[in-house]
Design a protein around this ligand. Structure first.
Ligand code: NI
Length: 188
């Protein structure tokens, strides 16, 4: 396993539209190694998700994992945590467009936090690590993490979706002036 270098905002790979991957390719040694490296990289930098373009791979792959009792990301919506999800070729359908707002962060935009509103309930169809079709319905925190990661696969970064630019802040200023109970930042 290896920790991969994370692309930062401004690198063109973060703005590319990724390609889908065949089931045969998903089970290849190269892709299995990539998934393992992404998990190690996400753990190393303390993210709750990571998308393949962030490690310079322009393919439709993301991972999500977070601990329910991780103090950095405490939130009423994520009491139970989310065991590792390996998400290939994901497609999203909005089930409830009512906006749900969170302060987000991104391993590709280090040191910043921004407030983003996204649909509160979605359905995601994807292939799992074995290439098996799966569908998951996500709400609240998990829905936001999904949409943040899957946006990366279309060349979209969370800062694009900050509608109120006064709600973009460095982490320290976020903690000092913007953090409210129940509204912790998300690092992805
Ligand atoms: Ni991100």
């Amino acid at each position: 396993m290896a920790i991969r270098k994370v692309a930062r905002l401004g690198h063109p790979v973060l703005r590319e539209k990724t390609r889908e991957v065949s089931r045969e390719e998903i089970s290849s040694p190269e892709m299995r190694r990539l998934v393992r490296d992404m998990v190690e990289t996400m753990h190393e930098y303390g993210g709750v998700g990571l998308a393949a373009p962030q490690v310079h791979e322009s393919i439709r792959l993301a991972i999500i994992e977070f601990d329910g009792d991780d103090e950095r990301y405490q939130h009423p919506d994520k009491d139970e945590g989310q065991p590792l999800l390996v998400i290939w070729n994901a497609r999203v359908k909005v089930l409830d467009a009512t906006p749900s707002g969170f302060w987000e962060g991104c391993l590709s935009v280090p040191g910043l936090r921004g407030y983003v509103e996204r649909p509160s309930k979605i359905e995601v169809s994807y292939l799992d690590e074995r290439g098996k079709p799966k569908t998951i319905v996500a709400e609240g925190f998990l829905a936001t993490v999904f949409q943040h990661e899957l946006d990366h696969l279309d060349g979209v970064v969370y800062v694009d979706k900050i509608t109120d630019k006064t709600k973009l802040a460095f982490s320290e200023e976020y903690a000092r002036y913007h953090a409210e109970e129940g509204e912790p930042p998300i690092a992805e």
